[in-house]
Design a protein around this ligand. Sequence first.
Ligand SMILES: [Zn+2]
Length: 417
Amino acid sequence: MHLRYSYRIYPTVGQRASLARTFGCARVVYNDALAARKEARKGGFPYPKSTDLQKLVITGAKKTAERAWLASVGVDPLIQSLRDLDTAYRNFFDSVSGKRQGRPVGLPRFKSRKDSRQSLRFTRNGFRVRPNGKLYLAKIGDVRVKWSRALPADPSSVTIVLDPSGRYHASFVVDVEPEVLPEVDAEVGIDLGLTTYAVLSDGSVIDNPRFLRKAEKKLKAAQRELSRKAKGSKNRAKARRKVARAHAKVADTRMDWLHKQTTKIIRETQAVYLEDLNVRGLARGRLAKPVHDAGWSTFRRLLEEKAARYGRTVGIVSRAFPSSQLCSACGHRDGPKPLAVREWACNECGVRHDRDLNAARNILAAGQADRLNAPGGPARPGVAIPRQARPVERGTHLSDPPRTDVRAAGAGGIPVR
Ligand SMILES: [Zn+2]
């Protein structure tokens, strides 16, 4: 399975200039190819093939006066940029034909130098990790990396990302074997909420850390400062980076926390069941901020990815399942209750319930029932096969389960090759 390992990198002033130039060239290539495809479509010509496009917007373009500067950067990131466009088109077509699930994907759009996130991808020929731990990027040079944890294997590609707060990261894709953890008996249902973050069917509770709310004062102050700076001024750009940095810090803290929680759950339980929440629906209106702050989608994604990696199961219970209406003791359906009702007694059997714990127990029962009835039987392995490599583990995250191979080699970042 493919995993992403991300590390902060520190390019020199000169390297940053080279990177900026390469970001620009990759963007131009992407936009030129997109324009060519749009034109072909308008003119009723067949959809141009990638190889033809590559000739047109890279090899051919280099020979023209207005695109000659494309030759000043490495060719690998430019080709990868075209691949990204191919992927964007494929996602669009698959979305239209219904092959791709989830929210609809639109046509690819032109990129702008003003986009808050700039990125480049290098494949095998375009990068190397030096024995001294530096990251060699073709036509950029040897870049300093903060190896917060070791790479478990040779990476197949690396994406260099510049985020709005001005930080650079190198995100490696590494192919690793799943490492199935020894089986445990425990299975849990989880009821997610905003008052408490999660209540588990075994009675344990995860408090809501509310990172955004805690940082709100600082964020507002930074935002106010930004609004006072003159448009287009250097101070305004500085203030904008400061706002972005403050937001990035909140996101980092939240991500670390989510990693810790999901790792603990996956290690301690064989199967986890969750409700399929309509996060996008909930994230509109009054609850938008707290719902966003809770990061439920990330929580679920991390659980699914870690389950796939460690041989555990994640089951998703339908949104329509009335988890808070059923009595988990006798199964009696007691009707809907307003959110304010935190505790209630079953009309049928008289058992008193904590609302969330009862819901978690119902989710567990429903999940287990679904699994027994699933095609292929109850032995169905972990649900989620990550659709593609996604940021499963950030490089700065040190609290994930230690890898024995890494330990043997000495912790603290062993660069490959
Ligand atoms: Zn009952």
